[in-house]
Design a binder for this molecule. Structure first.
Ligand code: HEC
Ligand code: HEC
Length: 288
């Protein structure tokens, strides 16, 4: 084998790694697009499962491993977490699909949005179990056909912007807590947040607002999400995780390539002197 071919062979893993990364990114994007198409409102779960006794039983088991340490047997609460007997399907669905639960930090820390810890079927079961514990709000039926964008904008500026900012970028509150940015919330999650008032957020329930007004606010938050990003490179709006991922891939790719070029230059210089065992020679030897 010539030194040149050996050098090209050494590029193979680099090219393969980049190809895998690009395929992965395209895959993630395709998956996100497919989810948007089949589940544009972000239900994630099959709503019929919430009433299914089998889901309730499966959820009870998951609860015993993932939740009981903080919320107590039967959801009665403990010093580490509040009672959730009357939290309802809407609250369980919100907290599980936004990844806020299971809570990672202490009871005084604000739970944050993250990748959900459970898959859709497990979320289905846990929601069914929490809903079975008492009387709480149901998962809302979002109806954007009922929404009025202009009314939604007026309501948003009056009711939400003080905490979440006029653009939905979020902002700091007292007690070291913050109103999160609204860029990732699905329509169902926005509606649920209004129904349950998580953490320091007040409840904007059906006692105060009509269904049409609630849908209009959901619609307006969705419209805010479509405003072009104020900074940075949106990458088809796959979200911050893949963007970081791409930065890492391009960054490591460039560094690897630079290292490779420097390395092969050195090798080229060294080739004049006779080097007893170079890696390429060794592999050729075992290949015979
Ligand atoms: C480490 C402790 C901890 C674990 C584990 C935990 N939680 Fe929580 N949970 C909390 C705390 C603390 C809060 C209150 C958070 C807040 O400020 O909003 C909370 C809030 C909730 C709420 C909202 C309560 C309400 O009044 O609407 C629900 C629903 C909930 N948790 C469900 C779950 C489920 C289901 C699990 C298991 C998958 C779980 N939690 C695991 C600590 C925990
Ligand atoms: C008093 C401040 C305050 C007001 C007013 C308020 N929110 Fe919130 N909102 C919060 C806080 C705090 C959280 C995070 C709760 C937690 O700790 O889990 C939140 C969370 C949310 C989330 C979840 C975001 C995510 O990505 O998980 C949505 C959606 C939301 N709010 C929408 C609204 C809408 C719509 C309005 C107006 C109808 C509104 N909020 C009014 C403080 C507020």
């Amino acid at each position: 084998m010539t030194a040149l071919r050996a050098r090209h062979l050494r590029l193979v893993p680099v090219v393969a790694a980049v190809a895998v990364a690009v395929a992965g990114l395209l895959g993630a994007q395709a998956q996100a697009a497919e989810e948007e198409e089949h589940d544009p409102l972000g239900y994630v779960i099959d709503l019929a499962a919430v009433e299914d006794p089998e889901s309730v039983a499966d959820g009870a088991e998951l609860y015993l491993t993932g939740c009981v340490s903080c919320h107590g047997l039967g959801g009665v609460g403990s010093p580490r977490g509040p009672a959730i007997t009357d939290a309802g399907a809407a609250s369980a669905h919100f907290y599980l699909t936004t990844g806020r639960m299971p809570h990672a930090a202490g009871p005084d820390e604000q739970p944050v949005r993250k990748e959900p810890a459970y898959d859709p079927e497990e979320i289905e079961d846990l929601v069914a179990y929490v809903a079975s514990l008492g009387e709480g709000p149901e998962i809302p039926h979002v109806d954007l056909a009922e929404a009025n964008l202009q009314e939604g904008g007026d309501l948003y500026r009056g009711q939400c912007a003080a905490c979440h900012s006029a653009t939905g970028a979020g902002g700091a509150l007292s007690f070291g807590q913050n109103a999160p940015a609204l860029g990732e919330a699905t329509p169902v999650q926005v509606y649920e947040a209004m129904l349950i008032g998580p953490g320091l957020m007040p409840v904007f329930g059906p006692e105060t607002f009509s269904e049409e007004e609630l849908n209009s606010m959901v619609r307006y938050v969705e419209a805010l999400q479509d405003v072009p990003d104020p900074g940075g490179f949106a990458l088809g709006r796959v979200g911050p995780m893949p963007e970081g991922f791409v930065a890492v891939i391009i960054g490591t790719g460039a560094v690897t390539l630079a290292a490779f070029l420097i390395g092969s230059r050195r090798h080229g210089e060294a080739e004049g002197d006779s080097e007893p065992v170079r890696p390429a020679d060794a592999s050729e030897g075992t290949g015979r």
